[in-house]
Design a protein around this ligand. Sequence first.
Ligand code: AMP
Length: 120
Amino acid sequence: MSDCVFCKIIAGKIPCNKVYEDEDIFAFHDISPAAPVHFMIVPKQHLASLAEADASHQALLGKLLLKAGELARAQGATDGFRTIINTGRVGGQEVYHLHVHILGGPQPIGPMIGPRGITK
Ligand code: AMP
């Protein structure tokens, strides 16, 4: 946990472009945006991924998702957005602190998976 980049962002030890913060959750812009609007919502509590979540995280997970629409609209994604939670090696997770990506923009952001889809 001490080496977790998102824990350091939450603690103010690494700068970020903050979107929102309350006692449980923190939101900030992705450093490498994949859409005109691209930020992440994370729990302040370190939780490596969705695969590590259990019943004790139920309210926290609900809060992460419930905040998505309000923050997306405030960031300019006024006509829809995409939520992505990459989980584990197969899911392409790079940072092992649970995070919900919120992507959107004034224009549609395209298909969820590239035109070739998943190859074997
Ligand atoms: P994932 O592949 O779902 O684990 O996504 C991790 C995301 O974190 C990537 O989209 C990165 O661009 C983003 N990221 C990594 N380091 C930082 C940072 N210091 N500030 C903001 N975003 C970051």
